[in-house]
Design a protein around this ligand. Sequence first.
Ligand SMILES: Nc1ncnc2c1ncn2[C@@H]1O[C@H](COP(=O)(O)OP(=O)(O)OP(=O)(O)O)[C@@H](O)[C@H]1O
Length: 203
Amino acid sequence: MLTNDLVLKIENLDFGYDKNDLIYKDFNLELKKGELVAITGQSGKGKTTLFELICENLKPLKGKIVSKKVSSIYQDPYSSFHPSHKVLNQILDVVDKNYLDNNLNRLCNELQLNNELLEKKPHQLSGGQLQRCSILRSLLMQPELLLVDEATSALDNIIALEVMQLLIKNLDRCGIVLITHDISLANWSADKIIDLDRLYERV
Ligand SMILES: Nc1ncnc2c1ncn2[C@@H]1O[C@H](COP(=O)(O)OP(=O)(O)OP(=O)(O)O)[C@@H](O)[C@H]1O
């Protein structure tokens, strides 16, 4: 159980795909509602692996991970939608109807999405449009922990900045773990940066 404002607690985590080659060794992380932690590091350092562990797709070799309600936004939005169903149906399937009725228009405006796009199937949208749909769905799910994996890299610069601002605006409701290669984005947005190349924390 997580108390108070904590949305994620990782305690003494050991993990490696090979137990003789650990990616995480005695790793600890606590995140509260309202906080954004950025995970940076070169390719292959274990950023995606951390998300897989938090989502319980992988099991720690040692230690414990506890989180509140998680939603994820991935780099490739086509991987988060079923190709043969309309985007809107794939949002309706996972979102509370009352919350959707009260928030859909506001969020569509903020994400610069028009309703007609939601009536289409994923492959009929551009990567950037579908990514904004994926962000819309995640926010409508009212997560307490939002995992964001390079989600703005498919968007052009201005929209990427606006989307990051929108995510940060939602911080009063959740905590965010952001994977990024963009050090200036990490510096600008994060309360804490974990650099997997060095595994040190800066507050
Ligand atoms: N299913 C798997 N089985 C075995 N090894 C894996 C598996 N998935 C990833 N790895 C290895 O674990 C290490 C960490 O991979 P991970 O995908 O977490 O890195 P990353 O930091 O997210 O990289 P990138 O920035 O390229 O996405 C890499 O060396 C990778 O080859």
